[in-house]
Design a protein around this ligand. Structure first.
Ligand code: FAD
Length: 412
């Protein structure tokens, strides 16, 4: 432990840290605080009544009944972390250093906001029987019997969650139609030339993909499209994105971005003193990519807490700036899809293999320096590409575009 960190702990050994949100980012914050030697009280408040759990398995093993649940393997008691589950935070009074909850006010010295995101709903869908979202363990528990009944299912949205749900529903033997407003899957995430070939994966799995289609109305038993088509639907699953869960902070004076995220700095500090934000609810300035990023992926909820814990434990100046190469994976239609980086400012795109191949990758460059990589069934490309992106070194384009050449050997 550094001298500076030791001194800080000696000065304020009993500061009380309250973490709101007991998902990946909240749990990892509590774990990282203990790993980094924080000895003061840690209180973890979570709105859901369940033992804290991991979300990625919800659209995969849990949905298909291959795993009962996905509770984190963390012994909160032995870590000395006080769990308050089934308690929703309703407001923040930073002047008083108190969080309001349904169970009364909770005082803090340091507060960490880790309330994640909530799924966007289709207007008019609330209360319509058979309409589902997929964000929580309870959502997955409601959907499991739907899959078991092998229903006609309409999925609204061909994004990451829509694709993963469609995969599970096909595996369970349901008839699946995916309705997407854009002209291709993953339109918000990937450029057309990369995402268009993925449309074939739906057909291959036996799912119908209807693109350029707007849902006009969800009625019991059917989905009506704006062009007049009616799709039979015993169940509808809406997967059209997620928004930071920050509405409860209204009136607290905390700075929020236009996307609803808590706008944290590069140590994940918010605009309020001793209040941090991490995971799906927070955006941060990326010096690496020259813009503010809001990342809704698991790895961000794993890495960010280490910075928060370092800033709390040793003081913000001692914490390394949070500037990750974002990473995520998706398992869809029998494929392992991985992405690292951020391609918004790329000036070139190289294919390693062709989209019809069993495995292929796409590398985005800026001035010949890799800035992002998408790997389908090529985990080695992902691992090596991620390191090249982190290093920021230029590559030889010809070698980088040759799938037979290991990416690390393409360095100039
Ligand atoms: P969350 O996991 O959303 O946790 C936030 C917690 O805070 C929730 O439990 C919520 O109930 C609680 N909360 C909210 N408001 C309050 C309040 N006011 N008071 C108290 N508690 C509150 N990412 C990948 O990289 N790969 C994947 O394959 C992948 N699969 C996914 C599959 C599904 C079905 C879902 C939903 C997400 C998936 N993700 C995946 C994304 C990943 O799970 C999230 O990025 C990650 O869970 C974010 O963690 P978080 O702690 O920031 O937020």
């Amino acid at each position: 432990m550094s001298e500076q960190r030791e001194q800080t702990q000696q000065q304020a050994p009993q500061r009380r840290v309250v973490v709101v949100g007991a998902g990946m980012a909240g749990v990892q914050t509590a774990v990282a605080l203990r790993e980094q030697g924080f000895t003061g009280p840690v209180v973890l408040i979570g709105a859901e009544p369940h033992q804290p759990y991991d979300r990625p398995p919800l659209s995969k093993a849990v949905l298909l009944g291959k795993a009962e649940d996905s509770a984190f393997d963390v012994d909160f008691e032995s870590l000395g972390v006080e769990l308050r589950l089934g308690v929703e935070a309703t407001g923040l009074r930073a002047g008083d250093r108190e969080v309001d909850t349904e169970a009364g006010p909770v005082p803090y010295d340091v507060l960490v906001l880790a309330t994640g995101a909530y799924p966007v709903t289709l207007p008019g869908s609330e209360g319509v029987p058979g309409v589902h979202l997929l964000r929580t363990l309870d959502d997955a528990a409601r959907l499991k019997p739907v899959l078991e009944r092998r229903h006609d299912i309409v999925v609204v949205g061909a994004g990451w969650i829509g694709a993963e749900f469609a995969t599970a529903a096909r595996e369970a033997g349901c008839a699946v139609t995916v309705v997407e407003a854009a002209g291709r899957p993953l339109a918000g995430a990937l450029p057309a030339e990369v995402a268009e070939p993925m449309a074939a994966w739906y057909a291959e799995s036996g799912a119908a993909l209807v693109t350029g289609a707007r849902v006009e109305r969800l009625a019991p038993g059917e989905v009506r499209l704006a062009d007049g088509r009616r799709l039979p639907a015993d169940a509808v699953v809406v997967g059209i994105g997620a928004r930071p869960a920050t509405e409860w902070l209204a009136g607290s004076g905390i700075a929020l971005g236009p996307d609803g995220s808590v706008t944290a700095d590069d140590r994940l500090r918010t605009s309020l003193p001793d209040v941090y934000a991490v995971g799906d609810c927070a955006s941060f300035p990326s010096a690496r990519y020259g813009e503010r990023l809001l990342v809704h992926h698991w790895d961000n909820a794993l890495q960010g807490p280490r910075t928060v814990a370092a800033a709390i434990t040793g003081g913000p100046a001692a914490a390394p700036a949070y500037d990750p190469v974002p990473y995520f994976w998706s398992e869809q239609f029998g494929r392992f899809v991985q992405y690292a980086g951020h391609h918004a400012h790329a000036d070139a795109l190289l294919w390693r293999g062709a989209p019809g191949d069993a495995a292929w990758s796409v590398l985005w460059l800026r001035d010949d320096v890799p800035v992002a990589l998408l790997a389908v069934g090529r985990p080695r490309d992902l691992a090596q590409g991620r390191r090249l992106i982190e290093a920021g070194s230029p590559v030889d384009r010809e070698r980088a575009a040759d799938p037979a050449v290991p990416l690390k050997a393409a360095l100039r």
